[in-house]
Write a protein that binds this ligand. Structure first.
Ligand SMILES: Cc1ncc(C[n+]2csc(CCOP(=O)(O)OP(=O)(O)O)c2C)c(N)n1
Length: 359
């Protein structure tokens, strides 16, 4: 594999239960890397160096806690906000930045919207922008695994707003009936763009929705990496034992905007934001690590510095990677190009050569 992150390697499947003490620091390092990269990507978008980005700040513990409880052979069906999951899977900052830029290192060849990445070799399916479509995909893939007797689970990620989608209900119903090895990982960040949770549902919580489909729903503090890890490890063990799916509601808060096209000041108060900033999952884990003697202030500064250096290096490499060639648009649709398409390709090359078409 050409391009690996220097972040800690993901573990093999954990024994169900608590995140081992010696993995806590790894979890924190992933969270620091995700936060660092997130901040940089927001800046890059504002500078016009990438076109679009979906931030995750506030959701790092939920994502890292979940991803660390999975095996590399499990399949991820993300929404579009799962940067920390991608990093835990081993997808490097360079590979991600290649996709955000859409350069020749982009394995989606510039054909996907920025931030909509997927990598077969990391068992990481391409992001779903239409909300909820990944849910039925994850259930279908789990059914296939069941039939093939593959000892894996599929995990789909979505937000509170997605629990109102048709695909949520269709997917959970199917999963319940066929007892598929699926983990439905809902990050309840309290908003669907500008729509607050209280306008989304009158249910006491989102996990309770699993009851209608005949399997357990669990509410977990998504600001606490250890609780999330335990809940996911238990759900994974249940799924592998043939006991079917679990819906996990990780209660979090989106500290940043919905996307780089959003201004959250228009729909939520500074006081609300301040209240949740005080619960920052990184500050919380750092506090625990310091208290347990697993981290010192100076080592913490070093971790942030290493993350900044890693992202800076990845960015320099990604920006130095040549652009994708315009004529590549004619590749990959047909095994052998039909004459009409070949004609267009030749024409495209001519226009490029004559400088009429700019790359
Ligand atoms: C089918 C569909 N309807 C509407 C949209 C526009 N849209 C994009 S993200 C989003 C909110 C989703 O909220 P949630 O599921 O809570 O996830 P979050 O973005 O908060 O992580 C909406 C309505 C869409 N992408 N797809």
């Amino acid at each position: 594999m050409p391009d690996e992150s220097t972040a800690p390697t993901p573990p093999a499947a954990e024994v169900p239960g608590e995140l081992p003490r010696d993995r806590l620091l790894d979890a924190y390092r992933f969270m620091v890397l995700a936060r660092t990269m997130d901040e940089r990507c927001l800046t890059l978008q504002r500078q016009g160096r990438i076109g679009f980005y979906v931030p995750l700040q506030g959701q790092e513990a939920a994502q890292v806690g979940c991803a660390l409880a999975l095996a590399p052979s499990d399949w991820i069906f993300p929404a579009y906000r799962e940067l920390a999951v991608a990093l835990v899977r081993g997808i490097s900052p360079k590979l991600l930045l290649d996709q955000f830029i859409g350069n020749s290192g982009d394995e989606m060849k510039g054909r996907q919207m920025p931030n909509h990445y997927g990598y077969r070799r990391f068992n990481y399916v391409t992001a779903s922008s239409p909300v909820g479509t990944q849910i039925t995909h994850a259930v279908g893939a789990a059914m296939a695994a069941q039939r093939r007797k593959d000892p894996i689970v599929t995990v789909c990620f979505f937000g509170d707003g997605t629990t109102s989608s048709n695909d949520f209900h269709a997917g959970l119903n199917f999963a319940g009936v066929f007892r598929t090895p699926t983990i439905f990982f809902c990050q309840n960040n309290r908003y669907a763009i500008s729509l607050p949770l209280e306008r989304q549902t009158h249910s006491p919580n989102l996990a309770v929705k699993a009851t209608a489909y005949g399997f357990p729903g669990v509410v977990v503090d998504g600001m606490d990496v250890v609780s999330v890890h335990t809940a996911v490890a238990e759900a994974r063990a249940r799924a592998l034992a043939g006991e079917g799916p679990t819906l996990i509601e990780a209660q979090v808060y989106r500290l940043g905007p919905h996307s780089t096209s959003d201004d959250p000041r228009r729909y939520r108060s500074d006081a609300e934001l301040a209240e949740w900033k005080a619960k920052d999952p990184l500050a919380r884990l750092k506090h625990d690590l310091l208290a347990q003697g697993l981290l010192e202030e100076s080592a913490d500064a070093g971790l942030w510095e290493a993350a900044r250096a890693e992202v800076t290096k990845a960015l320099a490499e990604a920006e130095a990677t040549p652009p994708i060639t315009p004529e590549s648009i004619f590749d990959d649709v047909y095994a052998s190009r039909p004459p009409a398409l070949e004609e267009q390709r030749v024409e495209c090359l001519r226009l490029l050569q004559e400088g009429i078409l700019k790359p």
